[in-house]
Design a protein around this ligand. Structure first.
Ligand code: CP
Ligand code: NVA
Length: 314
C-alpha cells in the first residue's frame, strides 16, 4: 500500500510482467530463495517475511493453481490475499483499468492480475504505485516459468547441459518458457505448426538475454535426446471459438508414448490443466517420467520468493 504521505512517494515499484523483468542474477536469487522456503515449509520453520502485507488478485480468467498458490503463499509469509474477480468489482461494469489500478494501490501492497490482453497488465503497472505481477495474459505466463525452472533445477541439479523441447502451441506458457530458458541457459528447441509459432518479439528478447531457441515444425526432431519435453493445451482460455481449426493444425503434435521414444529418459512437463487425449495422453501425464505435479507445487515456492523479491523482506 502507498499512503501518499511518506517519503516513498517517488519510489518506483518493481513489476514482474514477464520473465525478462528479472536479470539472470535476480532469477538465480529468486530460485535459491524458493528452494529455501520449500525447505523451511517442510521443516515447519517460520518464514513470515511479509507480515501484514496484502496481495490483491485480479482475475478475468479461471484459475486453480495460480489463485490458490498465491493465496496460500501470502498466508505462509504472514500476509493476506484478496480475490478480485473482474465481475465482482466495478472493472466488469466498465470502470477503467487505470482507475482500478490507482484505487487498489491505495489499499494493497502488491497486485497480481490474470487478464486477456497483455497490454492490460502494462496499463495496471503504469498506473499502480505498487508492484504488479503477471498471473497470465494471452502472451505470457512468467510465474509458471519460475516454477518450471525451479523444477528443472531440482531434477538436474542445475541448468548446465540441460536440453528442453517445447511441443505444440507457441502460446503464453511457451513464450515465457523461451525467455526463462534463455535467461537460465537451458538449451531449447521449439516445435510448433507454422501458424502457432512463438512470436518474433519473444525470440528477439530471448536473444537479448541469452540464446534464442531453435525452432522447427518437426516434433520428433525437437524431442530427440531432450532431457525435458514440455507441452500445453492447444486451445487456451479465450480461444474456444477456434477450437476446430486449432485441433486440425496441431495434428501430429501430441505428446504421447510414441513421440517420447525419441527421448527415452526425458522428464515430461505440463503447466496444467491438461486436456488428456488432445495435446498429451493420459498415460504420459500419469507415467513415471511426468513431473507435472512437482511443477504445480513449485508455483507456491517460486511465487513466495518472487513476492519477497518485489516487496523486500519486512
Ligand atoms: N498453470 C496454471 O496457471 O494453472 P491455473 O490456470 O489453474 O492457475
Ligand atoms: N495456455 C493456457 C495456460 C493455462 C494455465 C491458457 O492460457 O489457457
Amino acid at each position: 500500500m502507498n499512503t501518499h504521505d511518506t517519503a516513498t512517494d517517488d519510489a518506483q515499484p518493481r513489476h514482474f510482467l514477464d520473465v525478462d523483468d528479472l536479470s539472470a542474477e535476480e532469477l538465480s536469487v529468486v530460485l535459491d530463495r524458493a528452494g529455501e522456503y520449500k525447505r523451511a515449509l517442510s521443516a515447519g520453520e517460520d518464514h513470515a517475511h511479509l507480515h501484514r502485507k496484502t496481495l490483491g488478485m485480479l482475475f478475468q480468467k479461471a484459475s486453480t493453481r495460480t489463485r490458490v498458490s498465491f493465496e496460500t503463499g501470502m498466508t505462509q509469509l504472514g500476509g493476506h490475499a484478496i480475490f478480485l474477480g473482474a465481475d465482482d468489482i466495478h472493472l466488469g461494469r466498465g470502470e477503467p483499468l487505470k482507475d482500478t489500478s490507482r484505487a487498489l494501490s491505495r489499499y494493497v501492497d502488491v497486485l497480481m492480475a490474470r487478464v486477456f490482453n497483455h497490454e492490460n497488465v502494462e496499463v495496471l503497472a503504469e498506473h499502480a504505485d505498487v508492484p504488479v505481477i503477471n498471473g497470465l495474459t494471452d502472451d505470457a505466463h512468467p510465474c509458471q516459468t519460475l516454477a518450471d525452472l525451479l523444477t528443472i533445477r531440482e531434477r538436474f541439479g542445475g541448468f548446465e547441459d540441460v536440453s528442453a523441447a517445447w511441443i505444440g502451441d507457441g502460446n503464453n506458457v511457451a513464450q515465457s518458457f523461451v525467455l526463462g530458458c534463455a535467461l537460465a541457459g537451458v538449451e531449447l528447441t521449439v516445435a510448433t505448426p507454422p501458424e502457432h509459432a512463438v512470436d518474433d518479439d519473444t525470440l528477439d528478447r530471448a536473444a537479448a538475454v541469452g540464446t534464442s531457441p531453435e525452432t522447427t515444425g518437426d516434433p520428433e526432431a525437437a524431442v530427440e535426446g531432450a532431457d525435458v519435453v514440455y507441452t500445453d493445451v492447444w486451445v487456451s482460455m479465450g480461444q474456444e471459438d477456434e477450437r476446430d481449426s486449432r485441433l486440425r493444425r496441431f495434428e501430429g503434435f501430441q505428446l504421447n508414448e510414441e513421440l517420447l521414444e525419441a527421448a527415452p529418459d526425458a522428464a515430461v512437463m505440463h503447466c496444467l490443466p491438461a486436456h488428456r487425449g488432445e495435446e498429451i495422453t493420459d498415460g504420459v501425464v500419469e507415467g513415471e517420467r511426468s513431473i507435472v505435479f512437482e511443477q504445480a507445487e513449485n508455483r507456491l515456492h517460486a511465487q513466495k520468493a518472487l513476492l519477497v523479491e518485489l516487496l523486500g523482506p519486512e
